[in-house]
Write a protein that binds this ligand. Sequence first.
Ligand SMILES: Nc1ncnc2c1ncn2[C@@H]1O[C@H](COP(=O)(O)OP(=O)(O)OP(=O)(O)O)[C@@H](O)[C@H]1O
Length: 246
Amino acid sequence: MLELRKLGFAYQGQPALFDAISAVVPDGHILAIVGRNGAGKSTLFRIINGLLRPQSGDVLVDGISTSGKKIFEIAAYMGTVFQSPEQQLFAARVEDEVAFGPQQLGLSTEKILERVTDALNRTSLLDQSTQHPLDLSAAERRFLAIASVLAMARPVLLLDEAQRGLDRVWTERLEDVLAAERAAGKSIIVICHDMDFVERNADTVLALGGLNPCQIPVSEFFSDKKLLTEVSVEPPVVYRLREFMT
Ligand SMILES: Nc1ncnc2c1ncn2[C@@H]1O[C@H](COP(=O)(O)OP(=O)(O)OP(=O)(O)O)[C@@H](O)[C@H]1O
């Protein structure tokens, strides 16, 4: 379980998180962080994965505080897929890229191969395993970053706009990966501007940029017109259709 407890942050005295932000992401749960540009989503994301340290509050994984822990210690709990995951890639072959993390864990060769094969299979990249990552399509490169994170088998998964620019087939593949990770009991956070994606996949929403940011169930969020206006979010198509029909 991941817990964000009263987090606050300012850049050189300029608040980036305007309120103390709290949320709980139980095992097998997907929380979507949404909000207009500049609302603080990326800042919060970086605080969660330890790239930034909160000026107040705490991040806890299974009740253990990450404050005071080094970034590699925090990474032992969390797999992060950044907004430009291409920048996370450095190996000359797809399979080596995915194997790198498990190798650092000191796993046996057999176990590493098992993890790599499983992660490539789940991300539809098994046929590309010997290719150079830079020869992959943009969607495949993003899924390679996801495969590398899956191979680490962390209890917490963080994805920043992983759905952006994907076509329907790749979006469905991403949704399958998320559903499987949720079923495996992972605590998952996605930052997302695509409200249809949020509606289909998330359990709860944390909307930033409004008067009182708090975590609420997806259906409650999309039914709250006042809040949607406050945080500049358009409801997903199904909600707009529902309103049109009634
Ligand atoms: N490195 C920085 N130094 C100073 N201010 C920053 C820095 N990074 C972000 N900010 C400011 O902090 C606030 C929150 O920015 P942040 O990038 O977290 O928002 P966001 O919700 O992720 O935006 P977007 O949707 O555009 O990515 C903004 O006012 C932004 O200008």
